[in-house]
Design a protein around this ligand. Structure first.
Ligand code: 0PR
Length: 389
């Protein structure tokens, strides 16, 4: 058993130990991480993050400037999502953002309804959220394009329903649900609509200008109540940085509590946690200011180009194929002849950190992925496919 030393080690001794203990971790620049939705944070954001380590948004009265920067960053994201009136917070990730959304929805439900309609493609955090909040998740199936089947959504709605969830960038395939239709359904039935754009939030807003298929998924649609958008995914911000945006302050009110005794004075808190890193919020603010729309557009363009190269490589290969034509920089690889588990195991043995879903391998072409990584991956994939044929 490891025990704490009576006398501390020197910094150098600790650093040496740390160096060797961290060796087993993968690094994004190894070129092997193809299954992660996180990436190497932008250098400038890291710099800002370190500068703001002591800022605590749990006591905004002590750090009013940091709190204002969080608000500004949320407004900037709001403008990206077609609503400068939106409000919200930076939280630990998409999981917490999704919990916040269903928490707000539940507390707003007038008749104390307890059912949430959730596509089967939803990230598992939504089931965690339902469990924590005492809600019943009503799962609905997908159509042939792997989007939620909106007829099934309508059929799933009962007098017990309080909210619908739509996904703008599914975890397994990066597919976008028909959010305009979900918005209509939500309006007609007076339901809360939460859009999980944890991944797509920093990707889809640039599609139109890039000449790619345009998707309406944000506050432009009147039925959308809240959106998860994660800076620590395609936003290039240091972890932790999830984002939850509400259409307006009234929606967030349901999860607000008064805190009266803080060192910085009274505050109204509408987050799950109390103490919370101001560094995350400030780093996001700095990055949004520094990269601007143009910067993010260039990043998205690069990822989409590489995703296309990968997808074309897979299509050309015998034995494997695409699950569906990639909508975003997420590529699903399946095989009708080979066992995808065996394929994934062999790829992993060659060091490739890919994700394995029940019927496909997922590659997420994040900003740290380069052209030679894609070529090397395709080469190994082809070799393995030939081996097990
Ligand atoms: N919503 C969607 C659509 C997601 O894909 C994810 C996570 C979340 C919410 C939850 O986000 P947090 O993990 O920030 O709470 N999607 C990634 C996934 O499951 C998370 C991830 C990231 C996994 C990096 C692995 C990894 O290396 O694939």
């Amino acid at each position: 058993m490891e025990e704490m030393h009576e006398k501390g080690l020197s910094k150098n001794q600790v650093l040496q130990q740390l160096e060797s203990k961290l060796k087993a971790d993968l690094a994004y620049d190894s070129g092997k991480i193809l299954g992660s939705m996180c990436t190497k944070a932008h250098e400038f954001a890291e710099q800002i993050y370190v500068k703001c380590l002591e800022k605590n948004l749990g006591d905004p009265g002590l750090f009013p400037a940091t709190a204002e920067l969080e608000n500004e960053a949320i407004r900037l994201l709001g403008s990206l999502l077609s609503n400068t009136e939106s409000c919200g917070h930076f939280v630990s990730g998409g999981t917490e953002a999704n919990i916040m959304a269903l928490w707000a929805a539940r507390n707003l439900s007038r008749e104390k309804q307890r059912e949430v309609v959730i596509p089967v493609s939803a990230h598992y955090s939504l089931y965690k959220a339902a469990d924590l909040l005492g809600l019943r998740p009503i799962k609905v199936n997908l159509n042939e394009q792997f989007q939620v089947d909106t007829t099934a959504v309508k059929e799933a709605i009962t007098s017990e329903t309080l909210a619908i969830v739509g996904i703008a960038g599914t975890t397994d395939l990066g597919v976008v649900d028909p959010i305009p239709e979900l918005s209509e359904i939500a309006m007609t039935n007076e339901l809360y609509l939460h859009v999980d754009a944890a991944f797509g939030g920093f990707v889809l807003p640039f599609f139109k200008e890039l000449g790619l298929a345009n998707f309406d998924f944000d506050f432009k649609l009147p039925g959308v109540s809240s959106i998860t958008i994660d800076p620590h995914k395609m936003g290039l911000a240091p972890i932790p940085a999830g984002g939850i945006l509400f259409r307006n302050g009234a929606l967030m009110k349901g999860v607000s509590v008064e805190v009266s005794y803080l060192a910085g004075g009274n505050t109204e808190q509408s987050t799950i946690v109390g103490t919370r890193p101001g560094a995350s919020a400030v780093a996001v603010w700095a990055l949004l200011m520094h990269l601007g729309r143009e910067g993010y557009k260039t990043i998205v363009n690069g990822c989409m180009d590489l995703a296309r190269t990968l997808a074309e490589g897979v299509e050309r290969m015998d034995g494997v194929s695409l699950v569906t034509k990639p909508v975003m920089n997420i590529v699903g690889i399946k095989s009708n002849r080979l066992d995808v588990d065996v394929l994934a195991r062999k790829l992993r043995r060659k060091g490739w950190a890919i994700s394995l879903f029940p019927k496909h391998i997922r590659v997420v072409v994040m900003p740290h992925v380069k052209l030679d990584h894609v070529h090397n991956f395709l080469k190994d994939l082809e070799k393995i496919v030939k081996e097990i044929r």
